[in-house]
Design a binder for this molecule. Structure first.
Ligand code: SAM
Length: 269
């Protein structure tokens, strides 16, 4: 047998009382809203020394730009294949062409790139841009979120592809992750950038932490680090030329020092 059910409706007297209470509550709420409006119209006392509008746009965080200079990225036809020339694999080939194998060190570029891209600074989104200027005056733009091959052999393969095709695009997309772009690099830098060249040969020796701590967040810091075995970076358009140690360091070690100093400054753990 199906049992009938009914909705419980309060008795008439009780219903009226409930309606009256509801009306009172609504009036109280209305009074509160008016009170809020009055409060909003009253002038707000500003605390002395605290600006009402922040003077800088905090949503746009300061970043850093790296330029790897004099990078020995050169391809040669060794046998039937085009290869990235390097001192380990192509010493005889280079000597036969009266070229110094010691100058062919793309491994320095590989290590420098990994030092930049692996840093917490980059992971925190503070790498604004990254450029490579090769010994042959080619200019490469590397997107900050690209994943560079971790093994040297695969890195060489990628560089051959880049130099031949002028670009490397993301799988299934048109976006260029690495691309040859037009010189000079200064055309691609922000107007308010300060270009800092690094060399062991500079007389101005600085403590990296103090140096970046003193820099203004309103300027984009551009660090030019040599990606070659010997020689000095191109000093053209450099605003400051500094040494960061009493010892000659590798490019990757210099980059780690720069990243570390900026991570401390921007409290990136
Ligand atoms: C393998 S080193 C090249 C050596 C080159 N003789 C020189 O000191 O410039 C690669 C790069 O690391 C940077 N570097 C090395 N030692 C440095 C130092 N003590 N201070 C600043 N930069 C340094 C320079 O940018 C240099 O071009």
């Amino acid at each position: 047998m199906v049992r009938a059910y009914r909705i419980k409706v309060p008795k008439l007297k009780k219903r009226r009382r409930m309606e009256e209470e509801d009306l009172d509550n609504r009036e109280d709420a209305g009074n509160e809203a008016v009170g809020d409006q009055r409060k909003a119209e009253e002038p707000v006392d500003e605390m002395p020394g605290i600006p009402a509008i922040p003077s800088t746009d905090m949503s746009k965080k300061a970043g850093v730009i790296f330029i790897l200079d004099k990078a020995p990225l050169e391809i040669g036809k060794v046998g039937k294949k085009h290869q990235l020339l390097n001192s380990d694999d192509h010493a005889n080939f280079l000597k036969k062409q009266n070229r110094d194998p010691a100058e062919y060190r793309p491994d320095i570029v590989h290590q420098a790139l990994l030092a930049i891209l692996d840093s917490p600074l980059t992971k925190a989104g503070r790498l604004q841009a990254l450029y490579i200027r090769t010994t042959r005056q080619a200019l490469v733009e590397v997107k900050p979120y690209v994943r560079i091959p971790r093994t040297f052999r695969r890195f060489c393969g990628l560089m051959v592809q880049l130099l031949e095709k002028q670009k490397i695009t993301a799988v299934g997309k048109r976006e260029k992750l690495l691309a040859l772009i037009k010189n000079p690099v200064t055309n691609h830098l922000p107007v308010n950038s300060q270009k800092i060249g690094l060399s062991y040969s500079s007389d101005k020796v600085v403590l990296m932490h103090d140096y970046v701590a003193a820099a203004s967040d309103d300027v984009s810091l551009v660090f030019v680090v040599g990606a070659m075995a010997h020689g000095v970076i191109d000093k053209g358009h450099i605003d400051d030329f500094i040494s960061i140690s009493h010892y000659p360091l590798s490019a990757a070690c210099c980059i780690s020092r720069i990243c570390n100093a900026l991570e401390q400054r921007w409290k990136i753990l």
